[in-house]
Design a protein around this ligand. Structure first.
Ligand code: CUA
Length: 363
């Protein structure tokens, strides 16, 4: 680059600076910081409103806690959000003030703080103090999350991509749906059959990983009756997003009735179509993966189907459990949930109908 070109460039730069850093922008300086602060605050409020307004069913929010544990996590999250927002606002206000007020004023460079030990010590100490405060707040929250949770003991095993739910004291298994009695402490031992998953019901508590070869535990007080969406919170393969479940907190009486029903073996079909459907089930390799208590089907690779008709969803939250969806699932399990381990059963339409009728009887 020739010297003349360089000169021209630096002149252009000078002109530019005069344009931006001139008297006009100095006039703007007093309102720049408040305006920027206002805009940033508005943006943060907007983000907050969007998170808050998201419907619970579509996006189960940690901002709508249903247990003391989730309440604790929410208040920690809100505190950290407020602290972070304040830091952001102060830093941005300073930054914008500096940009507007000192632009194009070489004399301002004389006020550079580089090498000013006192100022550098202060802005090193402030973050250290903040981090200590955040550490203490977090440790206190974690401590309060620790509870024995031994009124009801469950064992949940993560599979690609569904949840095996064992009630060892009650002696039965189900899948993708957990029922617990309101007002009791629930403890869940978490294991994995394959890769790392993470158990998370946002309105109930924090995430806990399910790690192959070890048992982790999560516990919570089932404080408020309701049906809460849970999900896998650790990427675990193709259908990670379709690894969901429902946690149903119900009255102790409803829970006892549910347990009693779950303990029963599968209903024996009486309807001719259902009887034919049962034959179809046992003529195919279904029983190699699925268990139906009360029959010889005792597979453990897929969900226990003993009372599958009473569940809310199919395919671990992939489809609502409706007659049409059940038929669609049986016709081609890979259509709704590509990559899942259930092969497409070789069925003609009348066999498919009979099998669906049989499964619908498993209430
Ligand atoms: Cu299991 Cu993600």
């Amino acid at each position: 680059m020739g010297q003349r070109r360089l000169n021209r460039l630096s002149h252009a730069d000078e002109d530019g600076r005069r344009g931006i850093g001139g008297p006009r922008s100095r006039r703007l300086a007093p309102i720049a910081a408040p305006a920027a602060l206002g805009a940033a605050a508005l943006l943060l409020a907007l983000v907050w409103a969007v998170v808050w307004a998201a419907p619970a069913a579509a996006a189960p929010s940690i901002l709508r806690p249903a247990t003391p544990q989730a309440e604790e996590i929410k208040s920690l999250a809100v505190s950290l959000f407020v602290i972070s927002a304040l830091i952001l606002l102060v830093v941005e206000a300073w930054l914008l003030t500096a940009i507007v007020r000192f632009r194009g004023r070489p004399e301002a460079e004389a006020r550079q703080t580089h090498g000013d030990n006192a100022i550098e010590a202060v802005w090193t100490l402030i973050p250290i103090v903040l981090i200590i405060i955040i550490f203490i707040m977090t440790a206190r929250s974690m401590d309060s999350l620790d509870l024995p949770g031994d009124d009801v003991n469950l064992q949940v095993v993560g599979h690609q991509w569904w949840w095996e739910v064992q009630y060892p004291d009650e002696g039965f298994a189900t899948a993708n749906e957990i029922h617990v009695p309101e007002g009791r402490e629930i403890g869940i031992d978490l294991e994995s059959a394959d890769v790392i998953h993470s158990f998370w019901v946002p309105q109930i508590g924090g995430k806990t990983d399910l790690v192959p070869g070890r048992t982790n535990r999560t516990a919570f007080l089932a404080a408020t009756a309701g049906t809460y969406l849970g999900e896998c919170a650790e990427f675990c393969g193709l259908q990670h997003a379709h690894m969901r479940f429902y946690l149903v907190v119900e009255s102790p009486a409803e829970f006892s009735a549910w347990v009693k029903h779950q303990q029963e073996p599968a209903a024996e079909p009486t309807d001719p179509a259902a009887l034919r459907g049962k034959e179809v089930f046992f003529s195919l390799p279904c029983a190699g993966c699925h268990a139906i208590r009360g029959t010889e089907a005792a597979g453990v690779l897929g969900p226990d189907l003993t009372h599958m008709a009473g569940r809310l969803t199919l395919g671990a939250g992939t489809l609502d459990n409706t007659p049409e969806n059940l038929r669609a699932w049986l016709r081609d399990p890979q259509a709704a949930k590509p990559g899942n381990l259930m092969p497409t059963p070789p069925l003609d339409e009348s066999q498919l109908e009979d099998l669906a009728v049989y499964l619908e009887g498993l209430e």
